[in-house]
Design a protein around this ligand. Sequence first.
Ligand SMILES: [Zn+2]
Length: 438
Amino acid sequence: MNQSNRRLPWAAVTVACLLAATAALAQSGVTPTAVNLVREVADILLPPPNPDVVAYNRALYALYFVRTLWNFAGLWLIVTWGLGPSLMQAMAARVRWEPAKVMACWVGVVVAAAIWALPWRLVGYQMERAYGFATLGPGLWLADRARDAFLACLYAPLAALAYHWMKRRRGDWWLPMSAVTGIGVLVMAVLWPVAVDPLYHRFRPLEQGPLRAGIERMAEKAGAPDPEVLVMDSGSRTTKLNAYVTGIGPTKRIVIWDTTLAKLPPEQVLAIVGHELAHYSLNHVWVGCVLGILGAILIFKLLSLALPRITRATFRVHGIRASWDPAGLPLALLLLNVVLFLQSPIESAVSRTFERQADARGLTISENGISAARAYAAFYRHDYADPDPPPALVWWFYSHPPLRERVERALWYGLSVSPAAGRGRPRPAAPFTLPEVR
Ligand SMILES: [Zn+2]
């Protein structure tokens, strides 16, 4: 088939798609004028970024990749310098219990990797300070990094279990490891909000008042009556805005950053909480846990196949006897980090799907598309969020849809039906599907 023949079917498909989209628009009553109006209002809410916003986001993107490569390089140096075999040798005479050796080796590697990662984390911190976002001093920043490393050290028993089963069961160690990790993910999802988050922040219940009453009304409508709504002292570390939903079972809660309460008017806070209530009522934390467990099973299976091959190819150079030798722990950790990095697009795509669902459902809960659009635009003004990130980066690591898409979706909702006329009635589907047709 020559070049022009090959193009022909695609041209036909494109024309057919355009015709179908036009027909759908006509049927839904959405005119090109309405499309232009929404885009024009979105352009007013999200004007072209000033040079500061552009520079800030470029630096963030660069920092993400530089830090990832730097951390890989650090683990690679730990492997090639033989830190694993050296630690195991040093403990050979003193420590008899094999799991204790593995756990000590884990702690040694985690602490070394955390120290190696510090320079670029410091660059990130200085950048946040230079742009006026960071409110925490160097002392608290360092204490937070120590807390991060401490939490990473607590995974040592999992490493000990993994090597125990690698030695005993060889090829199918991933099976019991997946079971333990599955239980661990669920336990951590319950404990995280009450055991880990308070290490970094203070939380207080949102006080009674018009805002609380508004949230309770929305919660009833969302089918999640009486949710726990807490305010976090985010201002102790940043000027940025946010809110999130976390925990499962008895620790399920919505958390609003105190900076969000301080900087946004109540109707915009309600629009943001509407989005969080949607996550809450759609059980996204539960679904996320289940998907996380399935991902862990796949990754363990992949490691069980790759680790013996890679160890065989490199053990002479790096002093690792076999894949089940704990001296190879840094190599296993490097491989795990590479796999986690390479699966970023899958994780981000799942997250963006959740966020789109929460945006759509959130609008039907708050019933205030205009305030939702203004609240999303506030992330651009206050947090310097990139309104139009490069599509390749969205695909790779964006956990949320681009800001402009979210603002336009909210405007569609806000402009399609007048708030008084639409209250309590189901909304037409068109405003939610249209932005994806672009
Ligand atoms: Zn969300």
